[in-house]
Ligand binder design. Structure first.
Ligand code: ATP
Ligand code: MG
Length: 757
């Protein structure tokens, strides 16, 4: 895998080159959007191997999404060859799954442990709340889980919480009839402790546990930690600004930073006896996951956290035009307390940002569709060059409708995921229960799916036994004969279910059984498929198709994975994220991409539509009165703007329905933040605003007094006529007014939709 340094440094600027070559224990590459951070990280890995002679197995690279990991791996393969496949390039979560699969038994996790998704977690919390007489209207499972997630992201152990708030409480005793709690902290502490107890008996973890329990494993078992300290000589993390405290500690544990080890004297590079060398890459202005516990301090305090750390700044942006950068820089500059950054581009001024104010969300969407048709028809863009972004998933509906009406092919990223669909989740619950018999949540889910006469009372037979014996529902099932007072019919049906599961498990553990065959067997023997096939409900036909799709997915997994196992299949499906639906790098799907701003992180598109630029939509209504949340929204705006390479659109609607009601929306303050001369408004004022004489009417509202500028006379009606042509696109449809021919695929290369390195 030797490569010449020149090869691996080709095309990089001076600072990028320095970052790739930097030789030392801790490196932070801090820079604004589009400055090549991800590219540098990838090259650095290639350089460490190709020039430094470090083995692929000695490197751990962490990306923010599975998709980004796959792309980075692919890129590395072209740089240094197929050995790259042996590297760990993954998200935090999948790296932790690997670590826990190997040594989880040390902290009580048996092989085949389940990974619970949000729906599973909610089921479990609901069960606990019911048993504890907690009013789930007042304390929703969702809010309780948010709190539990906070605890975990901050590595707050349930034992400590109990000690502090509910020392009398013993998890797993099932004597929980304690309808009243002294205070909420006590309630949270008890539910947290019980929740962890149930996860443990179910041999299951949730997403946050993947990180927290790995930290626990490494922390409590020095020999396991030593294995990784010895193994990883380099750890590299992309999007470091969005790591949470648990992930930060995980990196330290994996690297062995806190060990009392000193590097071998004269050791070359990351010596065997020293901690792994760390490279992190990020942009504190793009930290947008505080709601998931991301802690911006991790990047801000990097130099304090890692002794002898070096920081390298990148200043040249290779992605966007000057206009786009100017807008982004202005918006983000309004966040207080940040270090100003210099970011420049050699790509030229480019076209103005194009603005459009619609009367309502439908009109906004149809205008966008018309505009996309024009870009594809007259400006030489491919649909795949174009992305439409929005703050919240719910906004996608009107956009989708407009794409369909205009016959524009599109791909929606996010929304209800395949694995969240009821029938798919049912089939997966079978697989999960096969792999992990103790998985109570999944076993109880399928007890009466398809309907087999095992209702709530039959379930209670199992849970009562399990409760008294502090064991799982499956164990109860295997001790059926020992349970007294079970009606004969129930006993018989339970016995049949048990035999079904035993039969399926035998099939699954048969060495030759492939995941797709196991799926087929489950669908058949469980009666899941038959029940849907016999149904006359047209929806059930779709469900049958989804199950067939599931089987194909398993078959695909086998093709791509040597030694494909059921556990492996369950793992990949558990870790699927919205971003995985994005097309592969460089692939021309011929489709416009629709996604949330959060999902767009790290990506780039020649044309970007930022939609729903309204107060209450973006920035989100929750954040308007909260300074720190508003700052986060501003970072999100910065992320959105900087996704665009050539043309940026900003659109808003004067009316949008919220909670089923039409609400009047004022323009987003972020529109006001963008210097006015950078935006070419195709329509600046909506019909109602025009009638009123503009937003000036709202002068009495301090917060929005800035929108006086939107006064009707200065723009709008002149260039666009009486307004009758709106929606038809005819009044400005020639394309001659802005930029036709001035851009297009020629000048900006062919990159679409994803990074090119
Ligand atoms: P983000 O902050 O959005 O994650 P980033 O800093 O990671 O952005 P990259 O995605 O790595 O930036 O790079 C942005 C674009 O600039 C990519 O298309 C990349 O290929 C290109 N690029 C980066 N460095 C160079 C370079 N030296 N020469 C040419 N193109 C470059
Ligand atoms: Mg990046």
């Amino acid at each position: 895998i030797r490569r010449s340094a020149d090869e691996l440094l080709a095309g990089l600027n001076e600072q990028q080159t320095e970052a790739v070559k930097y030789y030392g224990p801790a490196l932070l590459i801090a820079a604004g959007a589009g400055s090549g951070k991800t590219r540098v990280l990838t090259r650095r890995i290639a350089y460490i191997m190709g020039v430094g002679g470090v083995w692929p197995s000695q490197i751990l690279a962490i990306t923010f999404t599975n998709k980004a990991a796959a792309e980075m791996k692919q890129r590395l393969e072209t740089l240094i060859g197929p050995v790259a496949q042996r590297m760990w390039v993954s998200t935090f979560h999948s790296a932790c799954v690997r670590i826990l699969r190997r040594d989880g038994d040390r902290i009580g996790l048996k092989s085949g442990f389940s990974i619970y998704d949000t729906a599973d977690q909610q089921r479990l919390v609901k069960i606990i709340c019911t048993e504890m007489n907690i009013d789930v209207k007042r304390y929703t499972p969702r809010s309780i889980l948010a709190r539990i997630s906070d605890y975990k992201n901050n590595l707050q152990d349930w034992r400590t919480q109990l000690k502090e708030y509910a020392p009398q409480f013993k998890p797993g005793q099932r004597n929980l009839k304690m309808g009243s709690f002294g205070n909420v902290e006590e309630l949270y502490a008890c539910v947290y402790a019980e929740y962890q107890y149930r996860l443990a008996t179910a041999n299951a973890v949730d997403f946050d546990d993947l990180i927290m329990r790995t930290v626990e494993l490494l922390h409590d078992h020095p020999d396991v930690a030593a294995y990784y300290h010895h193994r990883f000589r380099y750890i590299l993390v992309d999007e470091y600004q969005d790591t949470n405290h648990a992930q930060y500690v995980l990196v330290r544990e994996l690297a062995g930073v806190d060990d009392k080890l000193t590097p071998e004297p004269g050791a070359v590079g990351a010596g065997k006896n020293g901690p792994a060398w760390i490279t992190v890459v990020g942009d504190s202005d793009q930290s947008i996951y505080a709601f998931r516990g991301a802690d911006i301090r991790n990047i801000q305090e990097f130099e304090k956290d890692f002794p002898n750390a070096k920081t390298i700044m990148l200043e040249q942006n290779y992605r966007s035009t000057q206009t786009i950068l100017d807008a982004a820089n202005k918006v983000i500059s309004l966040n207080p307390g940040r270090k100003p950054k210099k970011l420049w581009t050699a790509l030229g001024q480019g076209d103005k940002i194009i603005g459009y104010a619609a009367d309502n969300a439908q009109q906004e969407a149809s205008w966008i569709a018309t505009e996309i048709a024009r870009l594809a028809g007259e400006e030489g863009f491919s649909y795949a060059d174009i992305a439409i972004m929005y703050r919240a998933n719910a906004q996608s509906r009107s956009l989708e409708e407009a794409m369909i009406n205009a016959g524009i092919p599109y791909q929606l990223v996010g929304g209800t995921r395949f694995y969240e669909r009821r029938e798919v989740k049912d089939a997966m619950a079978y697989l999960q229960a096969l792999a992990n018999p103790d998985d109570d949540v999944n076993l109880r889910r399928i007890l009466n799916v398809p309907k087999r006469g095992l209702g709530a009372r039959a379930e209670a037979v199992l849970t009562d036994y399990a409760g008294t014996h502090q064991t799982s529902a499956w164990e109860a099932l295997t001790h059926l004969d020992a349970i007294e007072g079970v009606p004969t019919r129930t006993a018989k049906l339970l016995g049949q279910f048990r035999d079904l599961m035993i039969g399926l498990r035998e099939f699954a553990t048969n060495n030759d059984a492939k995941p797709s065959e196991i799926v087929a067997e489950v669908l058949d023997k469980s009666g899941l498929l038959a029940e849907l096939q016999q149904s006359t409900d047209p929806q059930d036909q779709t469900r049958v198709e989804n199950l067939s799709q599931l089987q194909s997915t398993a078959a695909e997994f086998e093709q791509n994975t040597p030694d494909a196992t059921l556990n492996g299949f369950l793992e990949t499906t558990a870790l699927v994220a919205d971003s995985d639906q994005l097309p592969d790098e460089g692939e021309d799907t011929g489709k416009v991409t629709l996604m949330t701003l959060h999902t767009a992180k790290g990506l780039e598109y020649p044309v970007v539509f930022l939609t729903g630029m309204e107060q209450g939509t973006f920035p989100h209504s929750r954040s308007i009165d909260n300074e720190s949340e508003l700052e986060e929204e501003r970072r999100l705006a910065y992320v959105g703007i900087t996704r665009a390479r050539q043309i940026l659109y900003v659109t808003r609607a004067a009316v949008r329905s919220q909670w089923g009601q039409a609400a009047e929306m004022m323009p987003s303050q972020f529109l006001d933040d963008i210097p006015a001369d950078l935006i070419d408004w195709k329509r600046k004022e909506t019909s109602t605003e025009k009638m009123r004489g503009g937003w000036g009417d709202f002068d009495d509202d301090d917060e929005f007094s800035g929108f006086e500028d939107f006064g009707g006379s200065s723009y709008g009606s002149k260039s666009y006529g009486s307004g009758s042509g709106w929606g038809s696109g005819s009044s400005y449809g020639s394309g001659s007014s802005y930029g036709s021919g001035s851009y297009g695929s020629k000048s900006y290369g062919s990159s679409r939709g994803s990074r090119s390195y």
